[in-house]
Design a protein around this ligand. Structure first.
Ligand SMILES: Nc1ncnc2c1ncn2[C@@H]1O[C@H](COP(=O)(O)OP(=O)(O)OP(=O)(O)O)[C@@H](O)[C@H]1O
Ligand SMILES: [Mg+2]
Length: 464
């Protein structure tokens, strides 16, 4: 390989036949004489456009067509030129004294520079990254193992995205499993019963209605009022009445159910619409399979008997699902705030289907502060709130073909959109581009490794 030219932050390198390089790979362009270098990432390939080459190409083609009988000696050089490639590389950093530096005041020589391929390990070494909590995530483009630091996922907001079937859930399982192995706490909202394979790795599956049964009294006033207003659209006037009733009912009766509430409403409220509004919604809540007066499930007990929990959301109706998630988030945020729960990672697949919109901001700002670290997984990045995009710390992008989805990703801060687009379009299944803190803002392609445990969640098909 040889340096060809530099334009802005793009370096073009000529690769000779036989020098194969992958899109997304890192190269170190090193001038040993001057002891300066550049760390660049290959983001695209092109054929070389040499003046006169088209003529050569046509000439060869014509010779091949008309006279080729296996004996003609082609001009070797013109065949080689035909196969030359220009590597379009983004300059990611300068290099001096064995380390990545922000700036060098000279360019490496075009004539004498050596160009070497960098493994992820070597790159991390050069940028001075030491891994404290290693997660073996897969291999880099050169086929060497790639380890990321769970420490960089801690306290952060992470997104796993990519088109259908590209390998998102597979990576999510690997990360959840690795975080728990390292002593982290993980809660998974499992929409498709596809994380159950983690049960064999010590995760506990929580089935709504069996393991998860709450009493309304346990939920408490704030959570019940939240569910009634935010999920079941109880108008404000009615919700104020309900909140007032809650206190007096609990003081006098010690229990809270629609029967008692009906009695109190009869005695104190004339407006039939208000009564009906409150009672109909209370009935919906009481009819959820995970609500029962004898229910004794307490979120305070989470992470006492396991570090990983899977909440199975699949068999719930849409309303039940949203109510259950509201209860979990509302209770958990209070418990985290009161330091009655340890910090936790929350894995949520297609979260827009069950987390109400007004929660996004709360989750990514306030709740993060108290120790709730979300990992969102989606094949529709534009389904997520804009607040999330501005605050993402880590992104794992699998293959996308659709320009609209790629466009959404370019709104993420710290991402140089053009090169991300170029690399992501060519990823194979199970490979992703990692962006953000976890790679110190050096976008890296990783081939996610297979997991040892049984991976559930294959899409069912008619023909096997
Ligand atoms: N790195 C990998 N190694 C081995 N198998 C993989 C890998 N990544 C994905 N697979 C397999 O490919 C299939 C699709 O992967 P996965 O379910 O993770 O895709 P997805 O992006 O979550 O798809 P969807 O959008 O439909 O949820 C699964 O059968 C999974 O086991
Ligand atoms: Mg999936």
């Amino acid at each position: 390989m040889k340096v060809y030219r530099k334009e802005g932050d793009t370096l073009e390198i000529v690769a000779f036949p036989g020098e194969s390089v992958y899109k997304g790979e890192y190269l170190l362009v090193m001038d040993e004489e001057k002891s300066v270098g550049l760390i660049v990432q290959v983001v695209d390939f092109e054929y070389v456009d040499v003046p006169g080459l088209i003529e050569e190409v046509i000439r060869e083609g014509l010779i091949r067509l008309s006279t080729y009988d296996g004996s003609v000696e082609y001009d070797r050089v013109s065949i080689l030129i035909n196969d030359l490639k220009i590597l379009k590389c983004k300059i990611r950093s300068a290099y001096k004294g064995g380390r990545a530096v922000n700036f060098v005041d000279d360019l490496p020589s075009r004539a004498y520079s050596k160009i070497v391929r960098l493994s992820a390990d070597r790159l991390f070494e050069i940028i001075g990254k030491d891994v404290k909590y290693p997660v073996l995530i897969g291999s880099d483009l050169l086929g060497n193992s790639m380890v990321i630091d769970a420490y960089e996922l801690d306290g952060s907001l992470t997104l796993i995205t990519g088109m259908k079937g590209s390998g998102k859930s597979h990576l999510a399982k690997l990360l959840a499993y690795s975080l728990v192995s390292l002593g982290g706490n993980v809660l998974i909202f499992d929409l498709n019963r596809e994380y159950l394979g983690l049960e064999s790795e010590g995760f506990r599956v929580l089935e709504p209605g069996e393991d998860i049964v709450f009493s309304i009294e346990y939920l408490g006033k704030d959570t019940v009022v939240n569910v009634m207003t935010k999920i079941l659209d109880l108008p404000h006037v009615s919700s104020n009445i309900l909140a007032e009733l809650w206190d007096s009912i609990m003081r006098r009766e010690g229990r809270f159910n629609s029967g008692i509430v009906a009695r109190y409403l009869d005695a104190s409220v004339k407006n039939l619409m208000v009564k009906d509004a409150i009672l109909s919604r209370l009935n919906i809540l009481e009819n959820c399979r995970f609500i029962d007066p004898r229910g004794g499930f307490r979120l305070e007990g989470l992470f006492k008997d396991s570090r990983g929990y899977i909440v199975n959301l699949r068999d719930l109706s849409g309303v039940e699902r949203r109510i259950l998630v509201e209860i979990f988030l509302s209770k958990i945020s209070r418990l985290l705030e009161a330091r009655r729960l340890p910090p936790l990672f929350l894995f949520a697949e297609e979260a827009h289907l069950y987390i109400r919109e007004t929660y996004w901001e709360d989750i990514v700002t306030r709740m993060r502060h108290f120790g709730l670290f979300p990992v969102f997984i989606t094949n529709q990045p534009d389904s997520l709130d804009q607040t999330i995009f501005r605050q993402l710390d880590n992104i794992f992008v699998f293959r996308f073909l659709n320009d609209k989805d790629l466009e959404t990703l370019s709104k993420v801060s710290n991402v140089d959109a053009d090169s991300v687009k170029l690399v992501v379009k060519d990823l194979g299944r199970g490979s992703c581009l990692v962006l953000g803190r976890v790679v110190s803002d050096f976008p890296l392609v990783v081939r996610v490794r297979d997991v040892g445990f049984e991976a559930m969640g294959r899409t069912r098909r008619m023909f096997s």
